[in-house]
Design a protein around this ligand. Sequence first.
Ligand code: NAD
Length: 268
Amino acid sequence: MKFGIVSKGDERSNRIQATMKQYLTDFNLEYDETNPDLVISVGGDGTFLEAFHQYIHCLGSTSFIGVHTGHLGFYADWTPEEVEKLIIEIAKTPFQIVEYPLLEVTIRDRDGGEENRFLALNETTIKTAEGSVVFDVEIKGSHFETFRGDGLCISTPSGSTAYNKALGGGIIHPSLEAIQLTEMASINNRVFRTIGSPLILPKHHTCMLKPLGNKRTFLIAIDHFTKNYNNVKSIQCRVAKELVRFARFRPFPFWDRVRDSFVADDDV
Ligand code: NAD
């Protein structure tokens, strides 16, 4: 089996990276940065997102696992103290794989019809540097509402515990193939009206955002990476056909992860 390791880059993460690389190679596993079967991220959830995007070209054949060197992460759930145990588990391959849904985002340009397609593990957010965003929101080809406000967040089930949660969105179990649309400070008064609740869309239900008025430049984030897009004609979001694979070496049910991350510790 071939493995790759992505480190956050700090001293502690680099040290763990070096140890894992050495021991796994001693176990006759092959270090392969280009097409690994297993990617180990060492750092935090941000490092895991980085690793996911670095290996996005081989999602069908690569699984991910995360070691955290800071606080407990949602994706990075192995502690530095458990690294030896993890190395032995990895060496005993094959491992169990759990697949979770991703979000597909397609940004279309108004002039030449240029199209940029992205996959997100957590979410996309659409904001503007000045004033409000104004979008027609279409769901499954029909006009649903005109949104005015700070922005919109469209998240995956595994991203539902990230930015989406801070916006009052619901937590969705990642076995459900769905995406969630949450509002950021929508303007609601006698003139403007939005649903005001998070919307959960199943697979095949596309959400299309079409900017209204002259404002066509948006700050669009795909997970941890934000960029300015000019002349935007539409932003299309739906459940992607690709999936992300997590390597499972022990059971860690999603709801236990949610409890451990957000609800008080049992010891307190
Ligand atoms: P960061 O390091 O500031 O991460 C922010 C926090 O989000 C960290 O505590 C991280 O552990 C947590 N996080 C990431 N993915 C998670 C998930 N799926 N479930 C639960 N917690 C998760 O920023 P970054 O490293 O660049 O990470 C980008 C992510 O930060 C974005 O994908 C977004 O979800 C999140 N974010 C959250 C808020 C917010 O909660 N208000 C605002 C901006 C970005």
